[in-house]
Design a protein around this ligand. Structure first.
Ligand code: NDP
Length: 336
C-alpha cells in the first residue's frame, strides 16, 4: 500500500469516550481520518455528520455494520462500546476485513479475548487494544527502566487508578452492571494491572485479590473497590488498588538502588513523575489518543507489529479473572 495515505476510521459506539476524546483526537492525527460511525442512537447521526463531515454511505447501525465489508473508505473499526459488546463488534469488524482497534478492558473473559484474536488472525487484519498509556512518553520511560534496570532490581510496585463519585451512578448505567462488564476492576483496575506489568517488565506468577465493600445498596452487582497483589519472578511484588468510590492515581517503583514514580499514571493529561536521583519524567505529549491512533495506523501502513496487541489485553483479562476468583475464595493466592 501507499504509506502516506490516511486510514479511514469508523468509531463503533458514540458515547462519552468517542465524543469527548477520540473524535477530537482523530482531528489531530497525521495518519487517520474519522470517516465512519456505527451507532444505535439515530439522533446522534445528524450531529456527527454535521460536525465531522461524515458521508451518508459511511453511517451504520449495529444491525447493518457487516456491510462495512463493502466500504473502501473504512480501513479500521474502533470499538468503543460497553465491555460486554467488545467481542461481538470486534469479530464483526474483523470478518468485514477491517483492522480492529478495541477499547480496554479487551473483553469479559479469556475465551472472548481469544475469539477476537483468532478472528483478526483469520482475516489477516491487525488488532490493537486501546491501552493509551503505552503510547505516552513518560510511561515509555518507565517501561524502558524495566528493561535497563538503572536503579537495580525492581523490588516493589505500588499502583492505583481510582476515582470517587461512582456511587452516584444510576443502577442502569452499564458500569454498574455485571453482565455489561462494569465495576471498578474491569474499568479502572486494568490501569494498575497493566501498569504493574509494564513497570515490572516480566509476567506475574501469582495473584491474590479482595473487594472492599462500601455502599452495598448502590453496588449491588459490581465491585466498588478492589485490592490486588501481584508476585513477579525474582520476588518483586506489586500492591494495587482500584476504586469507583475513592480517588488515587499513581505508579511507584522501588528498586534496590533507587526509585521512581508517575503521578498521575493514567490521566489524559499531565502524566509525570521523577526518579530518586532527581531526573524529571516530564516529556510533553500533545494528545495521547492521537499518538495512540497514529502509532496504530503506522503499524498498519507499514505492516509492522502493533505496540499493544490482543495478547496484551488477554493477559490482563486472565489476571482479572484470577483476582475475582481469589476474592471469592478469601484472598487465596492463585498461581498464574
Ligand atoms: P458510554 O456509556 O459513555 O458510551 C458507550 C456507548 O456504547 C453508548 O453511548 C452507545 O453508543 C454504545 N452502546 C451500544 N450498546 C450499548 C448498550 N447496550 N448500553 C450502553 N451503551 C451501548 O461509555 P464510554 O464511552 O465511557 O466507554 C466505552 C468504552 O471505552 C469502554 O470499553 C470503556 O472502558 C472505554 N473507555 C476507555 C477509556 C480510555 O482512556 N482508554 C476512557 C473511557 C472509556 P451509541 O448511542 O452510539 O450506540
Amino acid at each position: 500500500g501507499n504509506p502516506s495515505r490516511k486510514l479511514g476510521v469508523a468509531l463503533v459506539g458514540l458515547g462519552g469516550y468517542s465524543t469527548n476524546q477520540l473524535a477530537p483526537a482523530l482531528q489531530l492525527t497525521q495518519h487517520c481520518e474519522l470517516r465512519g460511525i456505527v451507532t444505535g442512537s439515530p439522533e446522534k447521526i445528524p450531529v456527527w455528520q454535521e460536525k465531522y463531515g461524515i458521508k451518508d454511505a459511511n453511517v451504520y447501525n449495529y444491525e447493518n455494520m457487516h456491510a462495512i465489508a463493502d466500504n473502501p473508505d473504512i480501513d479500521v473499526i474502533y470499538v468503543v462500546t460497553p465491555t460486554s459488546l467488545h467481542r461481538k463488534f470486534s469479530v464483526i469488524g474483523a470478518n468485514a476485513g477491517k483492522h480492529v482497534w478495541c477499547e480496554k478492558p479487551m473483553a469479559m473473559d479469556e475465551a472472548e479475548c481469544q475469539e477476537i484474536i483468532d478472528a483478526c488472525r483469520e482475516n489477516n487484519v491487525k488488532l490493537s487494544i486501546g491501552y493509551r498509556m503505552q503510547h505516552e512518553p513518560n510511561t515509555q520511560t518507565v517501561m524502558q527502566f524495566a528493561k535497563d534496570k538503572p536503579y537495580g532490581a525492581i523490588e516493589r510496585i505500588e499502583a492505583v487508578a481510582a476515582y470517587s463519585g461512582g456511587e452516584n451512578r444510576s443502577p442502569d448505567n452499564w458500569r454498574m452492571r455485571a453482565d455489561m462488564g462494569g465495576g471498578a476492576m474491569y474499568d479502572m483496575g486494568v490501569y494498575p494491572l497493566n501498569g504493574s506489568r509494564y513497570a515490572a517488565g516480566v509476567e506475574p506468577i501469582a495473584v491474590s485479590g479482595r473487594h472492599e465493600i462500601t455502599h452495598p445498596e448502590v453496588f449491588t452487582e459490581v465491585d466498588s473497590t478492589t485490592h490486588f497483589t501481584l508476585e513477579f519472578p525474582g520476588g518483586a511484588v506489586a500492591e494495587c488498588m482500584t476504586s469507583f468510590v475513592k480517588p488515587g492515581n499513581k505508579l511507584e517503583v522501588t528498586c534496590a538502588e533507587g526509585s521512581y514514580y508517575l503521578r498521575p499514571m493514567s490521566n489524559y493529561n499531565g502524566v509525570q513523575g521523577a526518579t530518586s536521583d532527581g531526573r524529571k519524567l516530564d516529556k510533553p505529549i500533545a494528545n495521547q489518543q492521537a499518538a495512540q491512533m497514529d502509532d496504530d495506523a503506522r503499524a498498519i501502513l507499514q505492516d509492522m507489529p502493533v505496540m499493544v496487541p490482543g495478547e496484551e489485553g488477554l493477559r490482563d483479562i486472565r489476571i482479572v479473572q484470577a483476582i475475582f476468583k481469589s476474592a471469592r475464595e478469601d484472598g487465596k493466592r492463585i498461581e498464574l
